[in-house]
Design a protein around this ligand. Structure first.
Ligand code: HEC
Ligand code: HEC
Length: 367
C-alpha cells in the first residue's frame, strides 16, 4: 500500500480544541521575544515543577525517559503550541502529567508561557520550516523498519521503553509528520537518539514516519475538574486496622505486592500520591491523599500519625517525585516511610485497586 499524506498542524489539532495553530513558520517563535524578567520567572517555575525529571538547566533524564528539553534539534522543530500543549495536557499514561489549571494541574496559561520562554532561551534560533511536508511512503514497510531499528528503545508498539513513547495520542495529535521525520533523520545530538539520516534512505524515513503516524488516535479533552478532594481527617487508610510490617529494599523501597496485600488485609497505612492533582483525579490508589512533590509536606504534617504507621508515597516516574516526598518526611522524623518501588504504572498494570474521580479521557477510538 502506498499513501501520500500531506498534513498541517491545523489538521492534526482537530479534536484537541487547540484553536488555530500556525505550525509552518520560519520566523522566530513568539516566546523567543519574551523579556528577561519573563524568562527568569519561567526558570523559577521550571525549577519547581520540571527539574525533578527533566533535570537542572533542562539537560534531561533526572527521571527515566524525561527528555532533554534544551536540545537544539528539538527546540528548532517544536512550535510554541506543541510545547504548551505538552505542558498543559501532559502525555496521559506516561509520567508526564497535565500541569495546566484546566486539568487540575498547578499552572495557569501565563505560567506555561513563561516556562516555554525559559526553554526557548537555550536556543532562540528561528524555527525550521519542517511541518508542511509531503510524505510518500509505505507504513507497512515502515513498521518492519521500526521493529528493526527503533523498538529496542521506544518499545514494540511505541509505548516507550528506555526512551519516551511515540504512540501517545496527545503526542501524535500535536506533532507534525515533519517534526517526527526530522527527529529521526537528525537524531537528538547529546541524547541516546541516533541520527538515521545516513542509515536509512529518504524513502525509509518516510515509511517509518508513516508507521508512527498510524498509531494516532483521536483525543478528547478530559474533564476539567472532578470529584472532591479528601480532607486531612481522611489521611489514614483503615485507621483501626493492624499496622503492616514491611521489609524495605535499601531501607527505602516497598514492593507493590506488599502494599496491595496490606490493603487487602485492611491495614492501617497512609498513602501519598506525589504526582500533580491532575493525575490523582485520573486515577489513584483508593484512600491515597494527594501530596504533589512541588508542595510542602508541612501542610499535612500535623495530620500524619507519629506512631510508626507506614507512610507510602508513590508516583509514575517511578521514584523521583515519591522519593522527594519521602526525603522530606524522613528529614522531619518519619522513619516509617517508603517509596512504592515499582511505581503506579506497574501497580495499575497488575490490576491492583485504582479509583478515578475524573471522567477518564475517552479511550482510543480506532479510526
Ligand atoms: C514526574 C516526571 C516529570 C515531570 C515533573 C515533568 N515531566 Fe515532562 N516528561 C516526562 C516524561 C517521562 C516525558 C516523556 C513522556 C512519554 O513517554 O511520552 C515528558 C515529556 C515532556 C515533553 C514532551 C517532549 C517531547 O519531545 O515530546 C515536554 C515538552 C515536557 N515533558 C515538559 C515538561 C515541563 C515544562 C515540565 C514542568 C512543568 C515537566 N515536563 C515536568 C516526565 C516529567
Ligand atoms: C538507542 C535508543 C534509541 C533508538 C534506537 C531510537 N531512538 Fe528515538 N529517541 C530516543 C531518545 C532517548 C529520544 C529522546 C531524546 C531527547 O531527549 O530529546 C528519542 C526521540 C525520538 C523522537 C522525538 C520524539 C519527541 O517526542 O520529541 C522520535 C520521533 C524518535 N525518537 C523516533 C525514532 C525512530 C523512528 C527510531 C528508529 C528508526 C528511533 N527513534 C530509534 C532513543 C532512541
Amino acid at each position: 500500500m502506498r499513501s501520500a499524506v500531506r498534513t498541517t498542524c491545523a489538521l492534526l489539532l482537530v479534536g484537541l480544541g487547540a484553536g488555530a495553530a500556525s505550525c509552518a513558520s520560519t520566523q522566530k517563535p513568539p516566546s523567543a521575544a519574551a523579556s528577561p524578567e519573563e524568562v527568569s520567572r519561567g526558570k523559577v517555575l521550571y525549577d519547581r515543577y520540571c527539574a525533578l525529571c527533566h533535570g537542572a538547566d533542562a539537560v534531561g533524564y533526572a527521571a527515566d525517559n524525561a527528555s532533554q528539553l534544551r536540545n537544539s534539534t528539538f527546540l528548532r522543530t517544536a512550535t510554541d503550541e506543541f510545547l504548551k500543549l505538552a505542558i498543559d495536557r501532559g502525555r496521559p499514561g506516561t509520567p508526564m502529567s497535565a500541569f495546566g489549571k484546566a486539568h487540575s494541574g498547578p499552572l495557569a496559561h501565563g505560567d506555561i508561557d513563561r516556562i516555554v520562554a525559559y526553554l526557548r532561551s537555550f536556543d532562540p534560533s528561528p524555527l525550521l520550516d519542517v511541518h508542511e511536508l509531503r510524505l510518500d511512503g509505505d507504513p507497512e514497510r515502515g513498521a518492519a523498519t521500526y521493529q528493526e531499528h527503533c523498538a529496542e528503545c521506544h518499545g514494540k508498539s511505541g509505548e516507550g521503553k528506555t526512551a519516551l513513547s511515540l504512540a501517545n495520542p496527545t503526542f501524535l495529535a500535536t506533532a507534525s509528520n515533519g517534526f517526527i521525520r526530522y527527529a529521526i533523520e537528525h537524531g537528538r545530538p547529546g541524547t541516546p537518539m541516533p541520527a538515521f539520516g545516513k542509515k536509512l534512505t529518504a524513502e525509509q524515513l518516510d515509511d517509518v514516519t508513516l508507521a508512527i503516524r498510524r498509531w494516532a488516535r483521536s483525543v478528547q479533552p478530559g474533564a476539567a475538574t472532578a470529584g472532591a478532594l479528601p480532607s486531612l481527617a481522611q489521611l489514614i487508610v483503615n485507621p483501626s486496622g493492624p499496622k503492616p510490617k514491611f521489609s524495605l529494599r535499601d531501607d527505602r523501597f516497598v514492593a507493590a505486592a506488599d502494599v496491595a496485600a496490606a490493603l487487602r488485609a485492611g491495614s492501617r497505612i497512609v498513602l501519598l500520591d506525589a504526582r500533580p492533582l491532575s493525575d490523582w483525579h485520573r486515577g489513584h490508589i483508593p484512600g491515597a491523599y494527594p501530596m504533589p512533590f512541588y508542595d510542602e509536606v508541612d501542610t499535612i504534617l500535623d495530620a500524619l500519625p507519629r506512631d510508626g504507621t507506614f507512610i507510602v508515597a508513590y508516583c509514575a516516574c517511578p521514584h523521583a517525585a515519591s522519593g522527594k516526598v519521602v526525603d522530606a518526611l524522613r528529614e522531619r522524623g518519619f522513619a516509617s516511610s517508603a517509596v512504592l518501588d515499582e511505581g503506579i504504572k506497574v501497580w495499575e498494570d497488575r490490576g491492583y485497586p485504582m479509583k478515578a474521580t475524573a471522567a477518564a479521557p475517552a479511550k482510543a477510538a480506532v479510526p
